[in-house]
Design a protein around this ligand. Structure first.
Ligand SMILES: [Ca+2]
Ligand SMILES: [Ca+2]
Length: 177
C-alpha cells in the first residue's frame, strides 16, 4: 500500500468524524450530510436526497465491513483497512462521488465552478488552500470551471491504494503552490 494512500485515508477519517470524538458513528454521517446539503442551495431536492442516501449507505457499508470489534463504532485502526481491499467499497465510493459532484453541478451542464466546489469541499471540512490546490490540479478552464466527470474520477482515485502523485494528494497536509 502506498504511504500516500494511508495519508489520504487518515485525512478522510478525521473529516468523517464530524463530531470530533475520535470514532465514526451514524451521527457523524448525519452531521456531514446536513452540512453538505446546506452548502448546495441551488441543488434540487432529488440531488440532496441522493447525497443524504449516499452518506447513509457509506456508513452502513463501513459498519458492515470494518467494525471488527462489533461495538457499532469505527476507530482509525478499523478504518484504515478500507484501503487494503478497496474493491469492497467501490460501489459505495462511486455512489458518493456521483452524488457529491451532482451537487457541484446544479445546472446539470457537466461543469463545476470554483465557488460551488469550495462551498461543498469546505462543508466536508477540507482547508481552503487544499481545496484551491485540488481545483487547480483538475485543470480548470479559462472561465475557472472543471469537468464534473474529472472531479468524480478524482474522488474514486483518492481511495485507490496504489495511486500516488494524484490530484487528491493536494488534500493531504499543507497545500503548496
Ligand atoms: Ca464521531
Ligand atoms: Ca469498532
Amino acid at each position: 500500500m502506498r504511504e500516500e494512500a494511508v495519508n489520504r485515508v487518515r485525512v478522510v477519517f478525521t473529516l468523517l468524524d464530524a463530531n470530533g470524538n475520535g470514532v465514526l458513528e451514524p451521527v457523524d454521517f448525519e452531521l456531514m450530510a446536513t452540512r453538505v446539503v446546506a452548502a448546495a442551495p441551488r441543488s434540487g431536492e432529488a440531488e440532496k436526497d441522493a447525497l443524504r442516501a449516499a452518506f447513509e449507505r457509506y456508513w452502513a457499508v463501513l459498519a458492515a465491513e470494518l467494525d471488527a470489534n462489533g461495538d457499532g463504532r469505527i476507530d482509525f485502526d478499523e478504518y484504515r483497512s478500507v484501503v487494503l481491499d478497496p474493491g469492497r467499497f467501490d460501489a459505495t465510493i462511486a455512489e458518493f462521488a456521483r452524488a457529491l459532484t451532482a451537487l457541484g453541478d446544479p445546472d446539470g451542464v457537466g461543469r463545476v465552478d470554483r465557488p460551488t466546489f469550495v462551498a461543498l469541499m469546505s462543508a466536508i471540512g477540507f482547508e481552503r488552500a487544499n481545496i484551491d490546490a485540488l481545483f487547480d490540479a483538475f485543470g480548470p478552464s479559462a472561465d475557472d470551471r472543471i469537468e464534473a466527470a474529472v472531479w468524480e474520477e478524482g474522488i474514486r482515485d483518492y481511495y485507490a491504494p496504489d495511486k500516488a502523485g494524484i490530484p487528491g494528494d493536494r488534500l493531504v497536509g499543507r497545500a503548496t503552490a
